[in-house]
Write a protein that binds this ligand. Structure first.
Ligand code: NDP
Length: 309
Protein backbone atom coordinates (compact mmCIF):
# COMPACT_ATOMS: atom_id res chain seq x y z
CA UNK A 1 0.00 0.00 0.00
CA UNK A 2 1.24 3.49 -0.79
CA UNK A 3 0.66 6.46 1.51
CA UNK A 4 0.90 10.09 0.43
CA UNK A 5 2.17 12.68 2.93
CA UNK A 6 1.43 16.38 2.63
CA UNK A 7 2.17 19.08 5.21
CA UNK A 8 3.98 22.38 5.15
CA UNK A 9 4.66 22.18 8.88
CA UNK A 10 5.34 18.56 9.82
CA UNK A 11 8.58 16.70 9.14
CA UNK A 12 8.06 13.92 6.55
CA UNK A 13 11.28 12.14 7.51
CA UNK A 14 10.15 11.79 11.12
CA UNK A 15 6.72 10.52 10.12
CA UNK A 16 8.26 8.12 7.62
CA UNK A 17 10.61 6.71 10.26
CA UNK A 18 7.86 6.02 12.79
CA UNK A 19 5.17 4.90 10.35
CA UNK A 20 7.45 2.51 8.48
CA UNK A 21 8.60 1.06 11.82
CA UNK A 22 4.95 0.43 12.73
CA UNK A 23 4.00 -0.82 9.27
CA UNK A 24 7.02 -2.48 7.63
CA UNK A 25 6.82 -2.39 3.86
CA UNK A 26 4.72 0.77 3.73
CA UNK A 27 5.43 2.74 0.56
CA UNK A 28 5.68 6.28 2.02
CA UNK A 29 5.55 9.03 -0.62
CA UNK A 30 5.95 12.73 0.00
CA UNK A 31 3.95 15.20 -2.11
CA UNK A 32 4.52 16.20 -4.91
CA UNK A 33 6.36 12.91 -5.63
CA UNK A 34 3.15 10.87 -5.53
CA UNK A 35 4.06 8.46 -8.36
CA UNK A 36 1.24 6.44 -9.95
CA UNK A 37 -2.01 7.97 -8.54
CA UNK A 38 -3.72 4.56 -8.69
CA UNK A 39 -1.32 3.19 -6.04
CA UNK A 40 -2.15 5.73 -3.34
CA UNK A 41 -4.53 4.20 -0.79
CA UNK A 42 -3.98 6.45 2.24
CA UNK A 43 -3.24 10.15 2.67
CA UNK A 44 -1.69 11.72 5.78
CA UNK A 45 -2.27 15.40 5.29
CA UNK A 46 -2.46 18.88 6.80
CA UNK A 47 -4.29 21.41 4.63
CA UNK A 48 -3.65 19.73 1.25
CA UNK A 49 -4.18 21.84 -1.90
CA UNK A 50 -7.89 21.86 -2.85
CA UNK A 51 -8.75 19.12 -5.30
CA UNK A 52 -5.48 17.24 -4.77
CA UNK A 53 -6.98 14.20 -3.02
CA UNK A 54 -9.46 13.69 -5.89
CA UNK A 55 -6.56 12.57 -8.08
CA UNK A 56 -6.29 9.21 -6.32
CA UNK A 57 -9.00 6.80 -7.49
CA UNK A 58 -8.14 4.10 -4.94
CA UNK A 59 -7.88 6.32 -1.86
CA UNK A 60 -9.42 4.51 1.12
CA UNK A 61 -8.35 6.66 4.07
CA UNK A 62 -7.60 10.32 4.78
CA UNK A 63 -5.83 11.07 8.06
CA UNK A 64 -5.78 14.70 9.15
CA UNK A 65 -2.39 15.46 10.69
CA UNK A 66 -3.88 17.19 13.71
CA UNK A 67 -6.90 17.32 16.00
CA UNK A 68 -8.71 20.20 14.30
CA UNK A 69 -10.47 19.16 11.10
CA UNK A 70 -12.26 22.37 10.09
CA UNK A 71 -10.16 22.96 6.99
CA UNK A 72 -10.52 19.41 5.68
CA UNK A 73 -14.25 18.90 6.33
CA UNK A 74 -15.17 22.09 4.53
CA UNK A 75 -13.18 21.07 1.43
CA UNK A 76 -15.94 20.36 -1.11
CA UNK A 77 -13.43 18.73 -3.48
CA UNK A 78 -12.70 15.75 -1.20
CA UNK A 79 -13.50 12.36 -2.74
CA UNK A 80 -16.90 11.21 -1.47
CA UNK A 81 -17.15 8.21 0.83
CA UNK A 82 -13.50 8.12 1.93
CA UNK A 83 -13.38 8.09 5.76
CA UNK A 84 -11.57 10.99 7.45
CA UNK A 85 -9.67 10.25 10.66
CA UNK A 86 -7.94 12.72 12.96
CA UNK A 87 -5.14 12.40 15.50
CA UNK A 88 -6.26 11.87 19.07
CA UNK A 89 -3.12 11.30 21.06
CA UNK A 90 -2.40 11.64 24.79
CA UNK A 91 1.00 13.21 23.98
CA UNK A 92 -0.73 15.85 21.91
CA UNK A 93 -3.07 16.39 24.86
CA UNK A 94 -0.08 16.72 27.15
CA UNK A 95 1.55 19.31 24.89
CA UNK A 96 -1.71 21.27 24.72
CA UNK A 97 -2.15 21.04 28.50
CA UNK A 98 1.37 22.40 28.99
CA UNK A 99 0.65 25.37 26.74
CA UNK A 100 -2.68 26.13 28.42
CA UNK A 101 -1.14 25.76 31.87
CA UNK A 102 1.71 28.13 30.95
CA UNK A 103 -0.78 30.69 29.61
CA UNK A 104 -3.11 30.41 32.61
CA UNK A 105 -0.23 30.61 35.11
CA UNK A 106 1.15 33.67 33.34
CA UNK A 107 -2.20 35.43 33.74
CA UNK A 108 -2.96 34.12 37.24
CA UNK A 109 0.51 34.96 38.64
CA UNK A 110 0.31 38.49 37.16
CA UNK A 111 3.39 38.14 34.94
CA UNK A 112 1.82 40.58 32.48
CA UNK A 113 1.62 43.29 35.19
CA UNK A 114 5.17 42.53 36.34
CA UNK A 115 6.55 42.81 32.80
CA UNK A 116 4.83 46.18 32.43
CA UNK A 117 6.14 47.36 35.84
CA UNK A 118 9.67 46.23 34.96
CA UNK A 119 9.64 48.27 31.74
CA UNK A 120 8.76 51.26 33.96
CA UNK A 121 11.44 50.34 36.61
CA UNK A 122 8.63 50.02 39.11
CA UNK A 123 8.64 47.54 42.09
CA UNK A 124 5.05 46.33 41.88
CA UNK A 125 3.97 43.98 44.71
CA UNK A 126 0.74 42.06 44.16
CA UNK A 127 -0.05 39.64 46.98
CA UNK A 128 -0.43 36.13 45.48
CA UNK A 129 -3.77 34.36 45.72
CA UNK A 130 -4.36 30.64 46.14
CA UNK A 131 -5.21 28.85 42.89
CA UNK A 132 -8.43 27.68 44.53
CA UNK A 133 -9.58 31.31 44.52
CA UNK A 134 -9.09 31.62 40.77
CA UNK A 135 -11.71 30.19 38.45
CA UNK A 136 -10.68 29.02 35.01
CA UNK A 137 -13.31 28.13 32.43
CA UNK A 138 -12.53 25.78 29.56
CA UNK A 139 -14.82 25.86 26.51
CA UNK A 140 -14.64 22.45 24.81
CA UNK A 141 -14.06 19.33 26.87
CA UNK A 142 -12.88 16.95 24.17
CA UNK A 143 -9.60 15.09 23.90
CA UNK A 144 -7.55 18.29 24.33
CA UNK A 145 -9.90 20.48 26.38
CA UNK A 146 -10.62 17.62 28.78
CA UNK A 147 -6.90 16.98 29.29
CA UNK A 148 -6.19 20.67 29.92
CA UNK A 149 -9.12 21.03 32.34
CA UNK A 150 -7.88 18.01 34.29
CA UNK A 151 -4.36 19.44 34.46
CA UNK A 152 -5.65 22.82 35.66
CA UNK A 153 -7.70 21.07 38.35
CA UNK A 154 -4.57 19.16 39.41
CA UNK A 155 -2.88 22.54 39.90
CA UNK A 156 -5.64 23.51 42.32
CA UNK A 157 -7.61 25.96 40.15
CA UNK A 158 -11.38 26.14 40.41
CA UNK A 159 -12.07 24.66 37.01
CA UNK A 160 -15.31 24.94 35.08
CA UNK A 161 -15.96 23.40 31.69
CA UNK A 162 -18.50 23.89 28.91
CA UNK A 163 -19.38 21.49 26.08
CA UNK A 164 -22.20 20.74 23.67
CA UNK A 165 -23.51 17.67 25.48
CA UNK A 166 -23.35 16.98 29.23
CA UNK A 167 -19.91 15.77 30.34
CA UNK A 168 -18.55 14.64 33.67
CA UNK A 169 -14.93 15.24 34.61
CA UNK A 170 -13.37 14.73 38.03
CA UNK A 171 -12.84 18.01 39.92
CA UNK A 172 -14.37 20.07 37.11
CA UNK A 173 -17.76 21.79 37.39
CA UNK A 174 -19.42 21.19 34.04
CA UNK A 175 -22.01 23.11 32.04
CA UNK A 176 -23.39 22.45 28.59
CA UNK A 177 -25.38 23.89 25.72
CA UNK A 178 -26.82 27.34 25.26
CA UNK A 179 -28.54 27.25 28.66
CA UNK A 180 -25.28 26.50 30.43
CA UNK A 181 -23.30 29.27 28.76
CA UNK A 182 -24.22 32.30 30.89
CA UNK A 183 -23.83 30.52 34.25
CA UNK A 184 -20.50 29.11 33.02
CA UNK A 185 -19.19 32.51 31.95
CA UNK A 186 -20.46 34.62 34.82
CA UNK A 187 -17.91 33.22 37.25
CA UNK A 188 -15.01 32.57 34.88
CA UNK A 189 -11.95 34.74 35.53
CA UNK A 190 -9.70 33.15 32.93
CA UNK A 191 -11.46 31.81 29.83
CA UNK A 192 -9.72 29.16 27.73
CA UNK A 193 -11.27 28.45 24.32
CA UNK A 194 -10.59 24.98 22.98
CA UNK A 195 -13.59 24.37 20.75
CA UNK A 196 -13.51 23.01 17.21
CA UNK A 197 -14.50 25.43 14.45
CA UNK A 198 -17.89 24.38 13.08
CA UNK A 199 -20.85 26.27 11.61
CA UNK A 200 -22.27 26.32 15.17
CA UNK A 201 -19.16 27.65 16.90
CA UNK A 202 -17.95 30.20 14.31
CA UNK A 203 -18.02 33.70 15.91
CA UNK A 204 -19.38 32.24 19.14
CA UNK A 205 -17.02 34.45 21.12
CA UNK A 206 -18.59 37.79 20.26
CA UNK A 207 -19.29 41.04 22.11
CA UNK A 208 -22.31 39.51 23.87
CA UNK A 209 -20.33 36.54 25.15
CA UNK A 210 -17.35 38.64 26.24
CA UNK A 211 -19.72 40.94 28.15
CA UNK A 212 -20.97 37.95 30.17
CA UNK A 213 -17.52 37.47 31.70
CA UNK A 214 -16.65 39.38 34.88
CA UNK A 215 -14.97 42.71 34.11
CA UNK A 216 -11.19 42.32 33.79
CA UNK A 217 -11.36 38.65 32.78
CA UNK A 218 -8.42 37.12 30.95
CA UNK A 219 -8.72 35.28 27.67
CA UNK A 220 -6.81 32.40 26.07
CA UNK A 221 -7.64 31.11 22.58
CA UNK A 222 -6.03 27.87 21.45
CA UNK A 223 -9.02 26.63 19.41
CA UNK A 224 -9.36 28.49 16.12
CA UNK A 225 -9.26 32.20 15.27
CA UNK A 226 -12.65 32.15 13.57
CA UNK A 227 -14.35 31.17 16.84
CA UNK A 228 -13.76 34.76 17.89
CA UNK A 229 -15.13 38.05 16.56
CA UNK A 230 -11.69 39.71 16.58
CA UNK A 231 -13.09 43.26 16.41
CA UNK A 232 -15.21 42.57 19.48
CA UNK A 233 -12.17 41.15 21.28
CA UNK A 234 -10.07 44.21 20.39
CA UNK A 235 -12.87 46.48 21.67
CA UNK A 236 -13.09 44.46 24.91
CA UNK A 237 -9.30 44.68 25.36
CA UNK A 238 -9.44 48.44 24.82
CA UNK A 239 -12.30 48.94 27.27
CA UNK A 240 -10.73 46.74 29.96
CA UNK A 241 -13.61 44.22 29.86
CA UNK A 242 -10.85 41.78 28.90
CA UNK A 243 -7.68 42.66 30.80
CA UNK A 244 -5.19 40.35 29.08
CA UNK A 245 -5.10 37.72 26.35
CA UNK A 246 -2.99 34.89 24.98
CA UNK A 247 -3.82 34.19 21.35
CA UNK A 248 -2.34 31.17 19.60
CA UNK A 249 -4.81 31.22 16.70
CA UNK A 250 -6.10 34.09 14.57
CA UNK A 251 -8.85 34.67 12.04
CA UNK A 252 -6.16 35.22 9.40
CA UNK A 253 -2.82 33.46 9.87
CA UNK A 254 -0.18 34.81 9.85
CA UNK A 255 -1.79 37.73 11.69
CA UNK A 256 -1.65 40.71 9.25
CA UNK A 257 0.95 43.34 10.08
CA UNK A 258 -1.73 46.04 10.41
CA UNK A 259 -3.67 44.22 13.17
CA UNK A 260 -3.90 46.34 16.34
CA UNK A 261 -3.37 43.15 18.37
CA UNK A 262 0.37 43.29 17.60
CA UNK A 263 0.74 46.54 19.55
CA UNK A 264 -1.26 45.60 22.63
CA UNK A 265 1.17 44.98 25.47
CA UNK A 266 -1.48 43.00 27.37
CA UNK A 267 -1.73 40.51 24.48
CA UNK A 268 0.69 37.65 23.82
CA UNK A 269 0.60 36.30 20.28
CA UNK A 270 2.01 32.87 19.48
CA UNK A 271 2.04 31.46 15.92
CA UNK A 272 -0.43 28.53 16.14
CA UNK A 273 1.73 25.93 17.84
CA UNK A 274 0.04 25.14 21.14
CA UNK A 275 0.10 21.48 20.17
CA UNK A 276 1.13 19.42 17.16
CA UNK A 277 0.90 15.82 15.99
CA UNK A 278 3.77 13.84 17.47
CA UNK A 279 5.02 11.14 15.07
CA UNK A 280 6.61 8.95 17.76
CA UNK A 281 3.27 8.22 19.38
CA UNK A 282 0.66 9.19 16.79
CA UNK A 283 2.19 6.98 14.07
CA UNK A 284 0.92 3.93 15.98
CA UNK A 285 -2.71 4.97 15.59
CA UNK A 286 -2.23 5.97 11.96
CA UNK A 287 -0.72 2.52 11.34
CA UNK A 288 -3.65 0.88 13.12
CA UNK A 289 -6.15 2.85 11.02
CA UNK A 290 -4.38 1.71 7.85
CA UNK A 291 -4.51 -1.91 9.07
CA UNK A 292 -8.21 -1.54 9.82
CA UNK A 293 -9.06 -0.04 6.47
CA UNK A 294 -7.17 -2.86 4.75
CA UNK A 295 -9.30 -5.32 6.74
CA UNK A 296 -12.49 -3.54 5.71
CA UNK A 297 -13.05 -1.94 9.13
CA UNK A 298 -13.55 1.75 9.96
CA UNK A 299 -10.37 3.62 11.00
CA UNK A 300 -9.76 5.01 14.49
CA UNK A 301 -10.91 8.50 15.49
CA UNK A 302 -13.16 9.12 12.53
CA UNK A 303 -14.63 12.55 12.06
CA UNK A 304 -18.30 13.20 11.40
CA UNK A 305 -18.21 15.66 8.46
CA UNK A 306 -21.86 16.64 9.10
CA UNK A 307 -21.14 17.58 12.73
CA UNK A 308 -17.86 19.21 11.70
CA UNK A 309 -15.65 17.67 14.40
P1 NDP B 1 -12.82 17.19 20.34
O1 NDP B 1 -13.58 17.00 19.07
O2 NDP B 1 -12.29 16.00 21.04
O3 NDP B 1 -13.75 17.98 21.40
C1 NDP B 1 -14.49 19.10 21.04
C2 NDP B 1 -15.21 19.65 22.27
O4 NDP B 1 -15.91 20.83 21.90
C3 NDP B 1 -16.25 18.68 22.82
O5 NDP B 1 -16.32 18.75 24.22
C4 NDP B 1 -17.53 19.21 22.19
O6 NDP B 1 -18.72 18.94 22.92
C5 NDP B 1 -17.28 20.69 22.21
N1 NDP B 1 -18.15 21.35 21.23
C6 NDP B 1 -18.20 21.17 19.90
N2 NDP B 1 -19.17 21.94 19.36
C7 NDP B 1 -19.73 22.62 20.39
C8 NDP B 1 -20.80 23.55 20.48
N3 NDP B 1 -21.51 23.94 19.40
N4 NDP B 1 -21.12 24.03 21.70
C9 NDP B 1 -20.44 23.63 22.80
N5 NDP B 1 -19.43 22.74 22.78
C10 NDP B 1 -19.09 22.24 21.59
O7 NDP B 1 -11.69 18.24 20.01
P2 NDP B 1 -10.20 18.33 20.64
O8 NDP B 1 -10.31 18.55 22.11
O9 NDP B 1 -9.37 17.21 20.15
O10 NDP B 1 -9.67 19.66 19.92
C11 NDP B 1 -10.33 20.89 20.08
C12 NDP B 1 -9.83 21.89 19.07
O11 NDP B 1 -8.54 22.37 19.44
C13 NDP B 1 -9.63 21.37 17.65
O12 NDP B 1 -10.83 21.27 16.96
C14 NDP B 1 -8.72 22.44 17.07
O13 NDP B 1 -9.51 23.47 16.51
C15 NDP B 1 -7.97 22.98 18.28
N6 NDP B 1 -6.53 22.64 18.21
C16 NDP B 1 -5.63 23.67 18.28
C17 NDP B 1 -4.28 23.40 18.25
C18 NDP B 1 -3.28 24.50 18.40
O14 NDP B 1 -2.10 24.24 18.23
N7 NDP B 1 -3.70 25.70 18.73
C19 NDP B 1 -3.77 22.02 18.11
C20 NDP B 1 -4.80 21.03 18.06
C21 NDP B 1 -6.14 21.34 18.10
P3 NDP B 1 -19.21 17.41 23.17
O15 NDP B 1 -18.30 16.93 24.27
O16 NDP B 1 -20.61 17.55 23.60
O17 NDP B 1 -19.01 16.69 21.85
Amino acid sequence: MALLFYSQYDDPADWKKHLCAALPGLDFRVWPESGDPGEIEAALVWKPPAGELRRFPNLRLIVNLGAGVDSIVKDATLPAGVPIARIVDPEMGRMMSQFVLAAVLRHYREFVSFARAQRERRWHYIHPREAAECSVGVMGLGSLGGAAATELARQGFRVRGWSRSARQLADVETFHGEAGLAPFLRQTEILVVMLPLTPETENLVDARLLAMLPRGAKFVNVGRGRLVDEDALIAALRSGQIAEATLDVMRVEPLPAESPLWDMEQVLITPHLASVGIPRTAALQVAESIRRVRAGQPPLNTVDPQRGY
